[in-house]
Ligand binder design. Structure first.
Ligand code: ADP
Ligand code: ADP
Length: 223
């Protein structure tokens, strides 16, 4: 479970994120939805630990992560600007975080196989990223982010660069993978349909503030 309490990020006088209070329950899929400049990426980056907080507290499974380094938060990330390592094979990409966590070779091999099964691409371990389509690469990025079984997965517009048709297919994939692996998820998009298709709850951001936070159904049918 993730709890954000009064989370604020200021750049000079300007608050990119202002007093955000938000709870993501264990296993819940939450989307941050809002127009460009509303603070979605900044909030995700604060949770990931890539950007330092100005004010507030963040608890992950009861532990205060507000001042813990990104690597020590144990959070899985799929960010647009954090692509696969191009010089590594798919196997090595998915295994990367497991080596860093000092898993044994046997356990790593077994886990990478499981992850490639989970994303529906069991035959690609020896390929390199440039031999895969955009959609396949994003699935591998998901496998890499989930390999070490993080309790929280962050995704920043992961489908932003994909064609419409592949996007729809990838939405189904993300839903299935979420059902099977069950991490809590915070997902960023400016696409309302995508938010409503994927999420248990949607947080609507405007000028760095949470304007509404509820199920897609409630937000959609409210007068
Ligand atoms: P979104 O992801 O919703 O498009 P951002 O989180 O990228 O929004 O940006 C929110 C606000 O914070 C914007 O006004 C943006 O210009 C500002 N901002 C984001 N990053 C920085 C930065 N590194 N320095 C100064 N201002 C920033
Ligand atoms: P680990 O899996 O060991 O927790 P990662 O492989 O996810 O760590 O990331 C290693 C480091 O790379 C992180 O601690 C972080 O500082 C940096 N990093 C990862 N993703 C990004 C990103 N999107 N933007 C900036 N830095 C990043």
């Amino acid at each position: 479970m993730l709890e954000l309490i009064g989370v604020t990020k200021k750049y000079g006088e300007v608050a990119a994120v202002q007093s955000c209070t938000l709870t993501v329950n264990t296993g819940e899929f939450v989307t941050l939805l809002g127009p460009s400049g509303s603070g979605k990426s900044t909030l995700l980056s604060l949770i990931a630990g890539f950007t330092p907080l100005t004010e507030g507290t963040m608890l992950l499974d009861g532990r205060d992560i507000s001042r813990v380094s990104a690597a020590e938060r144990g959070i899985g990330v799929v960010f647009q600007n954090y692509a696969l390592f191009p010089h590594m094979t798919i196997f090595e990409n998915v295994a990367y975080g497991l080596h860093r966590r000092r898993w044994t070779t046997d356990r790593i091999r077994q886990r990478v196989e499981e992850m490639l099964e989970l994303i529906g691409l069991p035959q690609i371990a020896k390929r390199r990223p440039d031999q895969l389509s955009g959609g396949q690469q994003q699935r591998v990025a998901l496998a890499r982010a989930l390999a070490f079984q993080p309790s929280l997965l962050l995704m920043d517009e992961p489908l932003g660069a994909l064609d419409r048709e592949i996007r729809d297919q990838m939405q189904q994939e993300i839903r299935r993978i979420h059902r099977e692996a069950r991490p809590s998820v915070v997902y960023v998009t400016h696409n309302r349909e995508e938010a409503f298709a994927l999420s248990d709850r949607v947080a609507i951001l405007e000028s760095g503030q949470v304007r509404a936070y509820d199920t897609a159904h409630t937000l959609y049918t409210r007068p």
